[in-house]
Design a protein around this ligand. Structure first.
Ligand SMILES: [Zn+2]
Ligand SMILES: [Zn+2]
Length: 423
């Protein structure tokens, strides 16, 4: 089976039922994927926020860019297709009543060059599995006209009906085709250095472990012939495993993919428990939300300004320049009535800035998320455009906790997960 990257493991972890091995993703999905990668490349070059990005993704990208500027870093990323061996990553879907989210991706070459005032401090090209979450309207569904949505042009909070009739703030008209599909998350899953250094090291490790395993299972008393043939067999198995790993590009990630593996049952149990309260709960959507909250905490200048943040960063906190999600797992959870507290661990591969240097590190970040489970999960929900439960006015609840029209306090935790703790 072709599995690229940690997030697929986490999908398995969560006991995802809808794992389909569709190598020929829908043409419109491919188109959205290609267009988004292009837009992301442009964002990296000149800061143009990707048009296809959902409002929450735009927000995260802008935060990250400002974060780099504050650190005095210039980050240049170039995403391109490898000359040979481009293949698709199997797609996965999850949906609610109105939207369906698909994960689509291929392998790419990602070059990252980071400079500070003194010059280039990091320069690396890696093979990555790049995938994005594309949100489409479900076939034959029409979202309600009062659905809150941000204007794709100016970002102002409005309703679908208003945006179609011309944004009340900037006047731009949008058709449904301009609003969807949207990209709600993106993953970069680092396979190895493009120069193959890791591949050689992996061959060595596999040969040694092949021999070690064979020697361990062969009885030493059996004589020199058995010893020699065990070594030979070990080498053959080790080499075979390496060939397979080259072919599938997955064994490289094995060690990493296993991170968080011990949390499978807890994650499954959590999903089943929460589904009893929210039948539309999706582990993938929960993961996307956790990642967005992480980005807000890691890249925001003062995260406590945001409504979704109920805590502060710990005193000792990495300066994360970029973070690539690998996996996540549930550590523990508590559901009392409709209040749900979840402790989870995000396993990330991070670029960390410390003492004027950039280091490539695997990191574990623990977060406690909280939500009052009420209405079923809404994949289209964004804090950037919410509807006031009291007066139905739409506003951006990212930094204001009260409706600007009627003053009613908006409780974000009734609609989405918020962060209570991070470490
Ligand atoms: Zn507008
Ligand atoms: Zn109101």
């Amino acid at each position: 089976m072709l599995l690229h990257g940690g997030h697929y493991t986490s999908l398995f972890q969560a006991g995802l039922i809808m794992f389909n091995m569709e190598f020929d993703a829908d043409a419109s999905l491919k188109k959205a994927y290609k267009a988004y990668i292009k837009q992301l490349d442009k964002w990296s070059a000149d800061g143009t926020v990707p048009k296809l990005a959902s409002q929450d993704m735009r927000f995260a990208l802008e935060l990250q860019r400002r974060h780099w500027e504050r650190l005095g870093l210039k980050v240049e990323q170039d995403i391109r297709s490898p000359k040979a061996g481009s293949h698709e990553i199997p797609s996965v879907s999850y949906s609610d009543r109105i939207f369906v989210n698909h994960i689509v991706g291929t392998n790419k070459l990602l070059s990252t060059k980071i400079s500070d005032q003194g010059g280039v401090i990091y320069d690396r090209t890696e093979k990555v599995g790049t995938s994005v979450v594309v949100q489409q309207l479900k076939k034959d569904t029409q979202p309600p006209s009062d659905m809150p949505i941000s204007c794709p042009h100016c970002g102002a909070p409005a309703t679908l009906c208003a945006i179609e009739n011309g944004c009340p703030y900037c006047g731009t008209h949008f058709e449904m085709e301009d609003l969807f599909p949207k990209v709600t998350n993106a993953f970069f899953d680092v396979h190895e250095d493009a120069d193959g250094k890791k591949s050689k090291r992996r061959l060595l490790i596999l040969l040694i472990s092949g021999v070690a395993i064979m020697l361990a299972i062969c009885p030493f008393t059996a004589g020199a012939l058995t010893f020699v043939s065990s070594v030979m067999l070990g080498l053959i198995f080790g080499f075979g495993a390496w060939v397979l790993s080259k072919f599938f590009g997955t064994l490289a990630m094995m060690g990493k993919d296993l991170r968080g593996g011990g949390k499978v049952f807890k994650s499954l149990k959590f999903r089943n428990k929460i589904r009893a309260l929210d039948p539309e709960f999706s582990t993938e959507h929960f993961r996307d939300r956790a990642m967005n909250l992480f980005r807000m905490m890691a890249y925001g200048e003062d995260p406590t300004r945001y409504t979704a943040c109920y805590c502060d960063l710990p005193d000792k906190w990495d300066t994360v320049v970029d973070a690539y999600f690998q996996n996540f797992g549930i550590d523990k959870y508590r559901i009392e009535g409709n209040e749900c507290n979840v402790d989870l661990t995000l396993y990330m591969d991070c670029l960390i800035y410390k003492n004027g240097k950039i280091r490539n590190r695997s990191r574990k970040y623990r977060m406690e998320l909280y939500k009052r489970i009420g209405d079923p999960t809404d994949l289209g929900f964004s804090v950037k455009a919410v509807s006031c439960p009291s007066c139905a006015g739409t506003f951006d609840a990212e930094q204001v906790r009260n409706c600007p029209f009627c003053g009613h306090e908006y409780d974000l935790s009734r609609h989405d997960w918020v962060v209570k703790r991070i470490s």
